[in-house]
Design a protein around this ligand. Structure first.
Ligand SMILES: *[C@@H]1O[C@H](CO)[C@@H](O)[C@H](O)[C@H]1NC(C)=O
Ligand SMILES: *[C@@H]1O[C@H](CO)[C@@H](O)[C@H](O)[C@H]1NC(C)=O
Ligand SMILES: *[C@@H]1O[C@H](CO)[C@@H](O)[C@H](O)[C@H]1NC(C)=O
Ligand SMILES: *[C@@H]1O[C@H](CO)[C@@H](O)[C@H](O)[C@H]1NC(C)=O
Ligand SMILES: *[C@@H]1O[C@H](CO)[C@@H](O)[C@H](O)[C@H]1NC(C)=O
Ligand SMILES: *[C@@H]1O[C@H](CO)[C@@H](O)[C@H](O)[C@H]1NC(C)=O
Ligand SMILES: *[C@@H]1O[C@H](CO)[C@@H](O)[C@H](O)[C@H]1NC(C)=O
Ligand SMILES: *[C@@H]1O[C@H](CO)[C@@H](O)[C@H](O)[C@H]1NC(C)=O
Ligand SMILES: *[C@@H]1O[C@H](CO)[C@@H](O)[C@H](O)[C@H]1NC(C)=O
Length: 832
């Protein structure tokens, strides 16, 4: 008869049996919220566990074989607010079992075969609002000891064995009661005195559910002058006749919402005829709903005649063959047709209708015009409708429409730009197949539109004026569409008030640099699931209010510009997860940028490298790329190392030349102590002492030569002496070239310094004396010297008397060249 309770009848003993078989276990309860919520479901507890914190507020003890609740069973849990004791095999509840639970608001006793319920069982529950005593073998409300639960709002005693609808005297104490669920009991008759208590103490806001009781008879007048918020009568009547008489018995009831009908799989009434609901004329009803009824009569006007003045009328899961008559003078303001079956789209003409909800219906395709001059809200979603020439005032016969939902339908061809529908604020086309969307400015007249959803509508944007006119738009959702050339052009120019923009799954590869320039109020921008390869901050620079930017699920491996500029300072969340980060040196600066921006980035720890292969899957944050430096830095450092070593080498090589230069700068125009500094090989010292010194220093005029064996200051490094004593203090340098000279590296070195000295002092100061014929091949080894000797004149020492005479004359002349005419010493420019 009543399958649910049959099932319970089988299940409960089966579970009791299973729990006997299982050994006793003491597994701990699940701590859902520490100190607050504990879940001890099905742990084979025979008594209330005592290891749960004192402060627990929510305790689930369901499916434990507690069997017996003694007094003060819960004195350990004074803070308890919700207690679930479902299917605990409880047979006895003693006086004061729930004492101390003064904060308990919800007590669930579902599925306990209670046999002994003491009169004081519910004492102490001074805050209880909800009591669920479903399937507790309750025989009547009369003996249920809840008369003192003044705070009770919700009493559920469904699936019990209650036979009488008599509401006991104590209901006058339950002044807060809002819901009484008596469904699936065994109530057959309702008499006048059953509701007597409601006359004494009216519960103005009571919702009463009597579904699934086999009601045969309702005494006329039983509900007279009774006011209810809601009355539900589903699957109560065995036949149409019983239904008619019972409905007549409801006469005089004033109910805000009446629900009649059956359930999907439990249908009793066949041959529903046009007089079925005529008894409703003697009721006062605000809202009416009829659910799960087949075999509707053709004459709908007569059937719903008594419901002409309800404000809200709703049909759920009914099959209506003919529906022309909906155009009758019904005064409905809200019509709801859900999950129904129609032969064609109902030709609605209802003058007062403000809201029409027509969703998830079958048949009724294609859409045909309706005439609803007061309509403000129209939901036509999920009907598989096709629609030609959408949309204008003539389609709906209204100019007051504010809300239009055409989502999840079939092909909708745009043919008009919403002429006469200028009041529209909310428009939803998602997952319908929009045609001719991008051929003209479809939305041009919708200057009041706030919300527009064209996601997944097979729209391919090829026309830049597509969103023209939407000056008030705040939310634009257009995910799952596409753009010509996968390029986002400047289509948002009119949308100055936009706050939310969803462009995800649009196969976008590029964005016009000025695409977002007209969106100063935009807060959320979704670019997720596109085909971007690089991150570019440039197009976002004018988004002064941007807070969330979602760039997840793209192929971003790097940034577009070497230097990422800053995002608007308002940005708080940047989602770059699931991109293709290239973790190579080349993108080092971008990877560093990611690390720097980690505060901004959403789930930054989940951002992983996609390439190269050996770094795949490594979190970008924990990446240590060895090439900490970029190529340019490497280049610059290599170059500078090279330059430094070259300089060092040169300094090393030309140390003495530099010393010379330093000396030049230091001594500037120093006085010359010597007429000539003589460079020679020590092997030729005899000739120098005996010939050169004698002839020049003792001749007339006498010359003052600088000779290292005689004039160098002892204790000073030879090199320093050569430079400071020799070169700096001499006017000329005499180089005595001989076989020995050329073979001596020291002499060649001295000669090279002499050359630098000559260059620095910029005058012909070197006089060459070739002492003996030098083999040409040997001379050639000293390329420089060879070149000089072959280019300049030099003095050649000869043994003949005449030859010597000429030699000394020429040498003296060369030494006198540039010497000032003063007998002692000389003053001249050292270095310039
Ligand atoms: C739970 O309560 C205990 C004892 O009152 C206390 O020590 C502990 O900090 C509490 N834990 C939490 C998470 O509040
Ligand atoms: C529980 O309630 C009883 C009687 O109302 C009282 O005597 C006792 O102190 C209370 N226990 C706790 C733990 O509050
Ligand atoms: C109503 O509540 C009062 C006090 O709370 C109690 O004395 C009386 O018995 C209750 N009435 C019924 C019918 O239970
Ligand atoms: C009446 O009850 C409903 C719930 O059934 C609740 O939403 C509403 O606020 C209540 N109204 C009053 C006046 O208590
Ligand atoms: C309405 O109630 C009156 C008596 O109160 C009765 O005469 C009349 O037949 C009822 N109408 C319907 C349609 O049940
Ligand atoms: C509906 O209201 C109209 C006008 O107030 C009235 O004439 C008519 O009888 C009412 N119908 C019902 C079924 O209450
Ligand atoms: C962006 O769109 C994707 C789906 O395309 C969604 O998962 C994500 O939550 C959206 N992001 C934001 C910030 O709304
Ligand atoms: C990216 O992060 C934002 C902000 O936390 C979030 O709303 C969005 O859902 C995320 N996107 C995806 C695809 O998870
Ligand atoms: C990077 O270096 C840090 C510390 O130097 C280390 O803890 C981390 O494991 C390294 N990560 C990888 C992927 O090698």
């Amino acid at each position: 008869m009543m399958p649910a309770s049959c099932l319970a009848g089988i299940l409960i003993p089966a579970m009791a049996f299973l729990s006997c078989v299982r050994p006793e276990s003491w597994e701990p309860c699940v701590e859902v919220v520490p100190n607050i919520t504990y879940q001890c479901m099905e742990l084979n507890f025979y008594k209330i566990p005592d290891n749960i914190p004192f402060s627990t507020k929510n305790l689930d003890l369901s499916f434990n074989p507690l069997r017996h609740l003694g007094s003060h069973s819960f004195f350990n849990f004074p803070e308890l607010q919700v207690l679930d004791l479902s299917r605990c095999e409880i047979q006895t509840i003693e006086d004061g079992a729930y004492q101390n639970l003064s904060h308990l608001s919800t007590l669930i006793l579902t599925g306990n075969p209670i046999q002994n319920l003491a009169l004081g069982a519910f004492y102490g529950l001074s805050s209880l609002q909800k009591l669920v005593a479903v399937e507790t073998h309750l025989l009547s409300l009369e003996n249920f000891p809840i008369g003192h639960l003044k705070t009770l709002k919700d009493l559920n005693v469904a699936h019990n064995l209650i036979q009488s609808f008599k509401l006991p005297e104590y209901f006058s104490n339950l002044t807060n009661l809002e819901h009484l669920d008596l469904s699936s009991n065994n109530i057959q008759n309702i008499y006048c005195q059953d509701l007597q208590v409601l006359h004494q103490m009216p519960l103005l806001n009571l919702s009463l559910d009597l579904s699934l009781n086999p009601i045969n008879f309702i005494q006329p007048g039983a509900f007279k002058e009774i006011r209810l918020r809601k009355l539900t009568l589903r699957n109560n009547f065995d036949s149409l006749n019983v239904m008619k008489t019972c409905i007549r018995g409801l006469a005089g009831l004033e109910v805000h919402r009446l629900v009649l009908g059956e359930f999907r799989n439990e249908r009793n009434i066949e041959d529903f005829d046009k007089s079925a609901l005529e008894g409703l004329c003697n009721l006062s009803i605000k809202e009416f709903r009829l659910a799960h009824l087949d075999d509707f009569p053709d004459d709908i006007i007569d059937l719903f005649n008594c419901l002409a003045n309800v404000s809200s009328f709703s049909l759920v899961s009914v099959y209506i063959k003919r529906i022309e008559d909906f155009s009758y003078n019904f005064r409905w303001q809200h019509l709801e047709l859900v999950n129904c079956k129609f032969e064609q789209f109902p030709p609605l003409e209802l003058k007062s209708l403000k809201r029409l909800t027509f969703t998830a219906n079958k048949g009724g395709n294609p859409f045909s015009e309706v005439d609803l001059p007061s309509l403000e809200f129209l939901d036509l979603s999920r009907n598989g409708l096709s629609f030609k020439g959408c949309c204008s005032q003539s389609d709906f016969g209204t100019t007051s429409l504010k809300y239009l939902d055409l989502s999840f339908n079939d092909v909708i061809t745009m043919g008009s730009n919403f002429l006469g529908l200028e009041q529209l604020e909310h428009l939803d086309f998602q997952h319908s197949n929009l045609k001719q969307m991008s051929e003209f400015s479809v939305f041009l007249s919708l200057r009041n539109l706030i919300y527009l959803d064209i996601s997944h509508t097979h729209t391919r944007v090829a026309f830049n004026g597509i969103f023209n006119g939407l000056f008030s738009l705040k939310v634009l959702k257009m995910a799952g569409n596409s753009f010509q050339k996968n390029f986002l052009p400047d289509i948002f120019t009119d949308l100055n008030n936009l706050i939310f923009l969803d462009l995800s799954e649009c196969q976008l590869e590029q964005v016009s640099p000025t695409a977002f320039d007209s969106l100063p109020r935009l807060q959320v921008l979704n670019m997720s699931h596109n085909n971007f390869f690089a991150l570019d901050t440039f197009p976002y620079k004018h988004l002064y209010s941007l807070q969330v930017l979602d760039y997840s699920l793209n192929h971003i491996g790097t940034s577009k510009n070497q230097e990422l500029q800053r995002f608007p300072s308002s940005l708080a969340f940047l989602n770059l997860t699931q991109n293709d980060f290239a973790c190579t040196c080349e993108h080092q600066s971008f990877l560093q940028w990611i690390k720097d921006q980690r505060r901004l980035l959403v789930k930054v720890e989940q951002m992983e490298c996609a390439s190269p292969l050996n770094r795949k899957g490594i979190p970008v944050l924990s990446l240590n790329i060895t090439c900490q430096m970029s190529k340019t830095i490497i280049g610059v450092s290599v170059l500078s190392v090279f330059v430094v070593s070259v300089v060092a080498l040169l300094v090393y090589k030309f140390y003495f030349h530099l010393m010379l230069l330093a000396g030049c700068i230091k001594y500037g125009r120093g006085e010359n102590t010597y007429d000539a500094f003589v460079i020679y090989s020590s092997q030729d010292e005899d000739w120098v002492r005996n010939e050169l010194v004698k002839n020049l220093e003792e001749g007339v005029p006498p010359f003052h030569l600088c000779l290292h064996y005689r004039d160098f200051i002892p204790g000073v490094a030879i090199a320093a002496n050569i430079i400071h004593e020799g070169f700096h203090k001499s006017r000329k340098v005499i180089v005595v070239v001989s076989q020995h000279f050329i073979q001596s590296r020291w002499c060649i070195f001295e000669y090279e310094i002499a050359q630098t000295w000559q260059f620095l002092s910029s005058r012909a100061g070197i006089i060459f004396i070739v002492l003996q014929k030098v083999e040409k091949s040997l001379l050639r080894q000293q390329v420089e010297l060879y070149r000089l000797l072959s280019r300049n004149t030099y003095l050649e020492w000869e043994d003949s008397v005449l030859g010597r005479h000429i030699f000394w004359r020429r040498l003296r002349k060369a030494l006198l060249n540039g010497r000032p005419w003063s007998p002692e010493g000389a003053v001249g420019a050292g270095c310039n």
